[in-house]
Design a protein. Structure first.
Length: 193
């Protein structure tokens, strides 16, 4: 048994030594060329690159927070990822969970549960949904793949005094529909730019 253990240790040691040995480099190899590519944000994208609208209904990401299901337009979502570590917020507002530094800047992370119901803030939120120009993100739970919601099946709200970010209510699937532009404006009013 001990002999087998020593053999296994020797095999691992040989393998690591082979991995850590530098590979020979050809002296006449030409240096690799690097091409610099600029990344345009969604606001600055040229109109020619935007795909033409088809007759298909828009797609929405279904999120759950505080026991409420809401739909966020996929056109306004830049990225989704598991909740990363956050820098603590600068203020004590329960809506702001903190800041997340990403390759193109920094996003403020808002707790969707606290937005929907202030007393429900701090609920389990395993997903970070990065919005629009990557300055804001929502912490929530994503339960399904994106779905198509026909505008005719949504009871739209106009000029709402409360919850101006709630654009309407969908009949199928049964959920609230978020107006992302209004939500970002509301967050900046509540938490500052």
């Amino acid at each position: 048994m001990i002999g087998n253990m020593n053999d296994a240790e020797q095999i691992v040691a040989d393998y690591l030594a082979e991995l850590l040995t530098p590979a020979p480099v050809a002296a006449d190899a030409a240096p690799a060329q690097v091409k610099v590519v600029a990344i345009e944000t969604w606001r600055n994208a040229p109109a020619a690159e935007v795909p033409e609208q088809t007759s298909q209904p828009p797609r929405y990401l279904l999120c759950v927070a505080a026991g409420v299901k809401v739909a966020v337009p996929m056109a306004d979502i830049t990225h989704m990822l598991p909740m990363p570590p956050l820098t603590p917020p600068r203020n004590a507002n329960a809506i702001c969970l903190g800041r997340w530094r990403h390759p193109s800047g920094e996003a403020r992370v808002a707790d969707l549960a606290a937005i929907l119901s202030p007393d429900m803030g701090g609920a389990h939120a395993p997903t970070l949904v990065l919005l629009g120009d990557r300055r804001w993100a929502l912490a929530c739970e994503v339960t399904d793949e994106p779905v198509e919601i026909d505008g005719a099946s949504v009871l739209w709200r106009d000029g709402a005094a409360t919850r101006p970010w709630l654009a309407g209510m969908s009949k199928e699937p049964r959920c609230g529909v978020i107006g992302t532009t209004a939500l970002i404006a509301w967050l900046e009013q509540e938490l500052g730019p």
